[in-house]
Design a protein around this ligand. Structure first.
Ligand code: F6R
Length: 239
């Protein structure tokens, strides 16, 4: 694992955006795996700036997102599709038909999980997968459990995750309790993984991710087994 400790959130975001941009420049038609949440917002802002400056071209890029809430339509302002459009897709020359997320409104959730896993596999998996890190060590919505999940699956969110995400909703009761997420196995198929981590409240999870035992109790710890992981954190999150 390569770890970059940056001065603050802004420096972390710039570094992450430059690492993604470099990959896109070398592989302009690559599959880019994306994450939502507060942490990558600054990274997306910087990518938009690079695009606006004429330094980055997304026209041949395909994107696959890690996860989506169940039960929120794409038009809901807390759906991950909406988040991606708001923070990235609407501001760069990405082809919308080449930007994929799980369908949280699907009637048949197991079939949707299979469809999304097969889609990602048919694209050859991401060349680069961007990740955030949950306070409990989750990646995507792979919550602590007794086994690592291989493929796209349905999860019941833990109370800690619902608590952390309620800031975006009118009340805790409005936070969906279920989601669809890439499995740890899906994530491990990416050629490169880039994780962004910010804030003192993530330090413990990051320390366990890097130095702790590899255990499904800390889903991100599986990244220790991946051959090409870069973590960019700010000083507050540095273990
Ligand atoms: C969302 C995702 C989650 C977040 C994590 C951290 O697509 O993959 O694992 O990365 O919950 O979220 P923030 O950045 O809001 O602390």
């Amino acid at each position: 694992m390569k770890l970059y400790v940056m001065k603050d959130y802004d420096a972390m975001s710039r570094k992450a955006a430059h690492l993604i941009a470099a990959e896109i420049m070398v592989h302009p038609d690559m599959v880019l795996g994306l994450a939502t949440g507060s942490t990558p917002i600054g990274t997306y802002k910087r990518l938009v700036e690079l695009y606006e400056a004429g330094d980055l071209d997304f026209s041949q890029i395909t994107t696959v997102n890690l996860d989506e809430y169940e039960g929120l339509p794409a038009t809901h302002d807390q759906s991950y599709r909406y988040f991606m459009e708001d923070n990235l897709f609407n501001h760069v020359n990405l082809a919308k038909e080449k930007s994929f997320l799980p369908d949280g409104m699907a009637k048949d959730i197991p079939a949707e999980c299979r469809r999304y896993e097969d889609l990602i596999a048919s694209l050859g998996y991401p060349r680069l997968q961007l990740l955030g890190l949950g306070h409990n060590g989750h990646i995507g919505f792979n919550e602590p459990s007794d086994s690592f999940k291989k493929e796209v699956h349905e999860v019941t969110l833990t109370d800690r995750t619902i608590e952390a995400n309620k800031r975006f909703f009118a009340s805790k009761e409005d936070v969906p309790t279920k989601a669809l997420t890439m499995g740890c196995g899906t994530i491990m198929h990416a050629k490169k993984v880039l994780m962004v981590v910010s804030g003192e409240d993530k330090r413990d999870a990051l320390s366990k991710t890097i130095n702790g035992p590899i255990t499904p109790e800390v889903p991100a710890s599986i990244l220790q087994l991946h051959p090409d992981v870069t973590i960019v954190c700010d000083e507050k999150a540095a273990p």
